[in-house]
Design a protein around this ligand. Structure first.
Ligand code: LLP
Length: 412
């Protein structure tokens, strides 16, 4: 693990987080290039020599300095918006390395994707297929497409991040898929090349994944028999991580759930992991600005960072370990670690044992590399935090802290 105590000091791959904090100020995100490499390699090697491409899901964290590390490892990307496509290009990816997913792609975004010739557009509906066909015809080209299949399977994750049930807005109901492929194949502007499925995120039960992949593989075989030869099956993302230290299935279990069905089809496999690659690589570091101690043992540690930088606890009741950067000796006390925002939901840790602390101490929120920085906001006119990458014992700022001038530049 990259974040570890050296004596009582929390470090990232040997670099003291206090040292970074004194230099860049708080709050900041810090990422370990080493963990990124290890997590990427764990997923990649789990799929062995079966033909596969890892399309890292940019939505989890798309800071260019971080994404470039993944590119250097051979990663491709999954983009969920026109903005993510442009970021991918600036990070050095070429269109054949980009898949474009998303439930509400605009015509502008689709035109750009078709003109670039991305590897695949994952289509969400018959209406979107018709729009893409029109755009491609107008450009005198054929767009490489796949249908995102909704297999109506519960991924057994948090309802906010479950996407594969019939009740969800995502994908095309599986029973409509085969006919839609026939329609698409008959369209001059469309070239169906794959099938896509993404069930949900933070999945720690892999049986739903196994079932979904089996169902979608069978569909792909039917489509091929219909005379539409497909190249690939895109199994989406969703592999969960452990936020609290409890054992969860890892990349090899994930591969064991997916590979048997896909192998029989011979289709190339695409994967879109986000969290499994970046969550553990990142921490959010803030500083204690106040302590509130009440009778009956209630203690609040108030940080200069909270839901504006890390939404996950407020939005999904998500658990993140919150630890002091300089560990003080003494008894732990049940504590709420809270942020500065004007909402009670701005609580990073509730009712947890926390050691003695003082105003000015640095505090780290662990496993915050995925869906942390990307979901941060200017709520309460707070500036987006700085981001730091630690690599080979050195660190550098990969995104400077936003300034008031940056924010106000957009206003009259
Ligand atoms: N592919 C598609 C089509 C997706 O919608 C997602 C995530 C992924 C891949 C990557 O999933 P992952 O491997 O990271 O689970 N903000 C939430 C997570 C939202 C996930 C949305 N889609 C959170 O903080 O838990």
């Amino acid at each position: 693990v990259s974040f570890h105590y050296q004596d009582a000091h929390l470090a990232c791959d040997g670099v003291s987080l206090s040292e970074i904090g004194e230099r860049v100020g708080t709050p900041f995100y810090v990422y370990s290039a080493r963990t990124l490499r290890e997590s990427y390699a764990a997923v990649d090697t789990a799929f062995g020599d079966y033909p596969h491409d890892i399309h890292y899901a940019l939505k989890a964290n798309s800071t260019i300095g971080l994404v470039r590390v993944l590119r250097s490892l051979g990663s491709h990307v999954d983009a969920n918006s026109g903005g993510e496509i442009e970021v991918a290009l600036r990070a050095g990816f070429i269109p054949p390395q980009i898949v474009f997913t998303g439930v509400g792609k605009t015509n502008d975004e689709l035109e750009r994707a078709v003109e670039l010739g991305v590897k695949t557009i994952n289509i969400e509906s018959a209406g979107e297929a018709a729009r893409i066909a029109g755009i491609a015809a107008a450009q005198g080209t054929r767009a490489r497409v796949a249908l995102r299949i909704n297999p109506d399977i519960d991924p057994k994750s948090h309802p906010h991040i479950s996407t594969g049930q019939k009740s969800a807005k995502f994908g095309v109901p599986i029973e409509h898929a085969r006919a839609l492929y026939r329609d698409m194949a008959a369209c001059a502007g469309l070239e169906p090349v794959g099938v896509h499925v993404h069930l949900g995120s933070q999945m720690v039960d892999l049986e739903p994944v196994r079932r979904a992949v089996a169902i979608v593989t069978a569909l792909a075989e039917d489509i091929t028999r219909d005379g539409i030869p497909l190249e690939h099956l895109d199994a989406g993302g969703g592999l969960g991580v452990s936020y609290d230290g409890r054992a969860v299935p890892g990349p090899s279990d994930y591969a064991a759930a997916i590979l048997p069905a896909v192998r029989s089809s011979g289709l190339r496999l695409l994967l879109e992991p986000g969290r499994a690659i970046v969550a553990a690589a990142g921490a959010l570091v803030g500083r204690i600005v106040d302590l509130k101690q009440y009778e009956g043992g209630r203690r609040f540690v108030v940080l200069d960072t909270g839901m504006s930088e890390l939404m996950r606890p407020a939005l999904y009741d998500a658990f993140h370990r919150v630890v002091p950067v300089e560990r003080r000796a003494g008894d732990e006390q049940i504590t709420d670690v809270v942020g500065p925002i004007c909402e009670t939901s701005d609580t990073l840790a509730k009712g947890r044992p926390f050691p003695p602390a003082a105003v000015g101490d640095f505090v780290a929120v662990l496993d915050a590399g995925a869906y942390g920085s990307v979901m941060s906001s200017n709520y309460n006119r707070r500036m987006l935090p700085a981001e730091v990458l630690v690599d080979e014992g050195r660190w550098r700022v990969i995104r400077r802290r936003q300034s008031l001038e940056d924010v106000l530049a957009l206003e009259e």
